[in-house]
Design a protein around this ligand. Structure first.
Ligand SMILES: Nc1ncnc2c1ncn2[C@@H]1O[C@H](COP(=O)(O)OP(=O)(O)OP(=O)(O)O)[C@@H](O)[C@H]1O
Ligand SMILES: [Mg+2]
Length: 318
């Protein structure tokens, strides 16, 4: 197993990730070797509905964790709560820490500054703004924004240049550079998802939470999105993503957390959770049409074929 200079496992290496998680029991709420996010007693009710009721959940640092569960399981509400976009109903009992610091009563912008960013199930790109301006909006509180004082102008200008350069290099990485001056509203569904991911990276997060990044994206772009998600992990980021397609989940997740009716009902590797009764019950109970069976449609070699096709397509477009 490869290790980094500090002696910690190199989690860009699959064998290291498998070894790291192999000692973790496939049980809801199980402790992780090195959790970056740890949540306790988070409850959110909407009228008579308990949308989220999570007793304890830890997210392991440096790997890709998939959060799955039938429609209405509470996945998006859970994202909203831990990222400060919503508040728990059990105000006092709820607590969660990110990277060792409490974030329980922290605003969304402070959560982002602490290093945890998220994207939205329905993309929040501002349609009547250019792609580049959408990126610049993603930058964390700039000096120019806070202090409109002219004596600070030199610092402000150099900071603005730095931010712009960063936005352009991210757009290049996500193959959106040529679109920089187009309105975000003119992008395809998949390109908007890429833009959202790129924008989230403007704050240099340590953890990124993606709510259905692949929904409504064509198969060719799905492959490229998956590649981007894996590269975030390989760069050392922690990824938590919501996904309904079990083939995608199997393909890129190092760990899977299953929610149903607001609770974490199972955890484990993709193989292990698919065979757990609680998971089968959750999906059957919800009359969900997710295929939990084994299907080679998106197995590795087919992924490679889709990837090659996507490359060809983007080359012919360029
Ligand atoms: N703002 C709200 N007001 C009232 N009820 C809400 C609100 N947001 C979510 N809910 C309810 O809370 C429950 C959980 O919803 P949530 O959107 O978190 O589920 P989800 O797992 O993300 O589902 P999906 O897979 O369809 O995106 C659902 O019953 C939903 O109707
Ligand atoms: Mg949702």
């Amino acid at each position: 197993m490869s290790e980094t200079a500090t002696g910690s496992p190199n989690l860009a290496d699959k064998a290291a990730r498998v070894a790291l998680m192999s000692g973790v029991a496939p049980e809801p709420g199980v402790a992780k070797p090195d959790p970056i996010l740890s949540v306790d007693n988070i409850v959110r009710r909407f009228g008579g509905i308990t949308a989220v009721d999570v007793g304890h959940l830890e997210v392991q640092r440096g790997i890709i964790t998939a959060l799955i569960g039938p429609n209405g399981a509470g996945k998006t509400t859970f994202f909203n709560l831990v990222t400060g976009f919503d508040r728990p109903s059990s105000g006092r009992a709820a607590s969660w820490t990110f990277d060792g610091r409490s974030l329980s009563r922290t605003s969304a912008s402070r959560v982002a500054r602490a290093g945890m960013v998220r994207t939205f199930q329905l993309t929040k790109a501002l349609n009547r703004m250019t792609v580049l301006d959408n990126m610049l909006l993603g930058a964390p509180g700039q000096t120019g924004e806070r202090l409109l004082t002219s004596w600070l102008k030199p610092t402000w200008a150099s900071q603005e240049r730095e931010i712009r350069d960063k936005a352009l290099s991210l757009l290049e990485r996500f193959k959106l550079l040529e679109k920089r001056d187009d309105f975000a509203g003119s992008l395809s569904g998949g390109q908007r998802k890429l833009l959202e991911m790129a924008r989230a990276l403007m704050t240099d997060p340590t953890m990124i939470m993606l709510d259905e990044p692949m929904a409504g994206v064509n198969p060719a772009l799905t492959q490229s999105l998956l590649g981007h998600i894996e590269s975030l992990r390989d760069d050392g980021m922690t990824v938590l993503f919501v996904e309904h397609d079990m083939h995608v989940v199997r393909h890129i997740s190092d760990w899977v957390v299953v929610m149903a009716e607001g609770k974490v009902v199972a955890e484990g590797t993709a193989e292990s959770v698919m065979s757990q009764e609680a998971v089968i019950d959750a999906y059957l109970g919800a009359h969900h049409d997710t295929d939990l069976g084994d299907d080679s449609l998106l197995e590795d070699e087919n992924f490679a074929a889709i990837e090659a096709e996507a490359d060809q397509e983007s080359e012919s477009r360029a």
